[in-house]
Write a protein that binds this ligand. Sequence first.
Ligand SMILES: C[S@@+](CC[C@H](N)C(=O)[O-])C[C@H]1O[C@@H](n2cnc3c(N)ncnc32)[C@H](O)[C@@H]1O
Length: 453
Amino acid sequence: MKFSDRTVEDIRNRMGKNRLLGVENYKLIKLLAKVLTSKRSPGDEMNDFFKSRRPGKNQRQAIADLIFFVLNNKKRLFCSVMDRDNHKSFYDVIADVLFLAKRICFFPDKLFLDKHDLKISKALERFELFETSALPDFRKVSIRFNYPVWIVKYFFNRKGPSYTYKVLTNSNNRRGFICLRVNTIKVKPREVQRFLTNVRVESVISEILPDCIYIRGKGNILGLEAYEKGFFEIQDFGSQLITKVLNPKPYAIVVDYCCGAGGKTLSLSSIMKNTGLIYAIDVSSQRINQLKMRANRAGVTNLYPLVVSHSDNSKIEHLRRKAAFVLVDVPCTGSGTFIQYPHLKWRITQKIVADYTRLQRSILEKASECCKKGGILVYSTCSIFEDENNLVTDDFLKNNQDFSPVLWNIGVSVQNRKRLDTFLETDWRGGAILLDSSISKYGFYFQKFVRNV
Ligand SMILES: C[S@@+](CC[C@H](N)C(=O)[O-])C[C@H]1O[C@@H](n2cnc3c(N)ncnc32)[C@H](O)[C@@H]1O
């Protein structure tokens, strides 16, 4: 849909500058319209917006909060501002959505003042009405939590109401932290913490994963000298946890199948103290190049990057039954990242899930061939759909009797293990799903196996 000049002018005249956010309202409306209709991620769209306007740090944060509030409540906000016989233009609707979101987001204690404004009080009333919606009213619950109906039904039918609510609320619970992983090849966590304190970045070292540091917000963390020197990477708690579950030993031969740009590869290298050899395998040469750059910065030298094609096995033939540790972090729907990419909810369909599932089965089969007798294999996704998780690993076990499932263990104290268990759901054969945004921004699934023969 196009933002016609008449509408721009109209909105510009009707709405002045937003004092709180330091940006003219019509520019915010344009930004929101772009985020809602773009194929790119909301973060990319906002970065472009900030590059040309350079708002202050607090305003930037407030704008991002507002946009994410709209994305996380999209369905509910739109349903609240639109009348049944709605004749408003697209941009009028967007303007109303933004206005309503701003009131709820920034002035929740002053909402009663809006009772004088008939339009906004009607919209607020409708918005609040959805608050009480309960399962199994799938349509209303889907509006309240901003989820497609089929996803609400998916979890309700398989896992029941309380798990469904957990999924729905968790991904709308955006937290203000990010996780760093200390590159222990170069520095110790305390040293990174000192660097951060010196540049006035507050940080907390995780009690469960000692190389994981939580910081508030992102700021210009990638512009810090400590980052340039390769002292840390941005990596979510769950992603770090998966590499600890594999726990490759120093001097081992490791295969990181689907290494991407190497988030987990670098983490594996750190665990191995930069010894042994990691075959970092992916179909994307672009991602492998990014990995090479990151490895350079991190001082990681134990990698052998390999670009492969899905249909041709010749490049991995020599790795048959060679690796003592194999990680296979398959491509997936990314449904565990809805918290950061709420727009994905509306792009994923059941057909897309089924297509991924087929690809995951075939990649897992292929990667498992690299595992030697007695070797460890870990399958992981950042998806919360069981089709991509335990249904794939169930099938793998049925077809590969030489592999057995293993209960995971990351060698932490009993007390920390108990705490960690409160954030995870582990099934009877050790497949675990991490779905708690208070400890890990994204949701992950992993299953550990051992090859017996
Ligand atoms: C979830 S991402 C990997 C993320 C990465 N492990 C990390 O921690 O940053 C999945 C990766 O699988 C790769 N991929 C897709 N199909 C593949 C295939 N048939 N063989 C190998 N890699 C594949 C994609 O290019 C993508 O980089």
